[in-house]
Design a protein around this ligand. Structure first.
Ligand SMILES: [Mn+2]
Length: 332
């Protein structure tokens, strides 16, 4: 899975930097000029808003959307600014940063195929924009996946890795955190993901196979979840420091992880079955995200896009000292 590129934006010279990166990424994906142009406008508007409205600036998170054949870009802005008082009005009225009072959110929404916004007064705003080449048909799926993955600041290699595969009515998901960080950690996670894709077994059996496959690596913390849609169940197995939570409007359930390191000394491979509430979320994250978050501090977050929820946890709980990954699956 592709890492996000993260851009700090707090002064106007950085807006151009983001725009150029978006342009380069779009053209490297062979997109039409029209799509690249749309992406550049969206990025410029979001970055400009960070400079103009978010005290202390914020970040733009940028990545290629890999599971589509053609052009797909995700552009997310996160800030701890004053928030937007009347977001729906802003989206309707705001036409362009060049205009008076508008903040460009209307343009961002119009030019994006997927748009979502979450704002809390005095706590900040997150805007999600996903752009695809036209014509675009939304994938008819009961599951939607969002993620943020970034290497420890200053490192190129990311020691975390995640992936998924669909099999009939099931979705299998893996998140791996190679011990430490940097290249060697990345090798361990890559091995775990390769093992995941070369087998079709249950979560506990995956962990057991990975424990053998990772013997020549540093080892990793790994969680594997299999979501069974018709049965509304999640089979889950984890070893080491990966957090798993299942969240719905009714309750929050923490998933169990056994002590140990896969590839070194994992010795418990049992999987546990959890129920998967309709419209619920499964959230997995590495320890580059502090586990001390509380969903009740985010009123109204349920039913937002899973990428937006991932960005929120990244914004408020990522550690600068480690690779950080959050994967969010939403059952619609
Ligand atoms: Mn870690």
């Amino acid at each position: 899975m592709i890492q996000h590129r993260i851009f700090s934006v707090y002064e106007s010279s950085q807006i151009g930097e983001v725009r150029r990166a978006v342009n380069e990424m779009a053209f490297s994906m062979g997109s039409y000029e029209e799509s690249a142009g749309r992406a550049a406008i969206v990025a410029t508007e979001l970055a400009s808003n960070l400079v103009k409205h978010a005290t202390g600036g914020g970040e733009i998170l940028l990545r290629q959307l890999g599971h589509y054949k053609s052009f797909g870009l995700e552009i997310i802005s996160v800030d701890h600014g004053p928030g937007i008082e009347n977001p729906s009005r802003m989206i309707l009225d705001g036409v362009s940063t060049a205009g008076t009072g508008g903040n460009g959110l209307g343009a961002v929404r119009r030019l994006s195929q997927v748009f979502d916004l979450y704002t809390i007064p005095q706590k900040g705003t997150i805007v999600l924009a996903q752009l695809f080449e036209r014509p675009w048909n939304e994938e008819k799926s009961y599951l939607q996946i969002g993620s943020i993955m970034r290497a420890k600041p200053g490192e190129d290699a990311c020691g975390d890795g995640w992936s998924f595969q669909r099999q009939d009515d099931k979705l299998h998901l893996i998140l791996s955190d190679g011990l430490g960080h940097g290249t060697e950690a990345a090798v361990a996670s890559r091995e775990a993901i390769q093992c995941f894709h070369s087998n079709e077994v249950s979560p506990g059996e995956y962990i057991q196979k990975m424990d053998m496959a990772l013997r020549h690596t540093r080892g990793a913390a790994v969680a594997v979840a299999s979501i069974d849609l018709p049965r509304q169940k999640i089979a889950y197995a984890a070893v080491g420091n990966i957090s798993g939570r299942i969240i719905s409007s009714e309750k929050v359930v923490g998933c169990l992880s056994y002590n140990g390191i896969v590839g070194l000394n994992a010795n418990r491979f049992q999987e546990i079955e959890y129920s998967c509430p309709p419209k619920g979320y499964l959230i997995l994250h590495s320890d580059g995200i502090s586990s001390r978050w509380d969903i009740s501090q985010y009123p109204g977050i349920i039913n937002h896009h899973p990428s937006l929820l991932a960005a929120l946890l990244y914004r408020d709980h990522a550690r600068e000292t480690d690779d950080a990954t959050v994967v969010v699956v939403q059952q619609r």
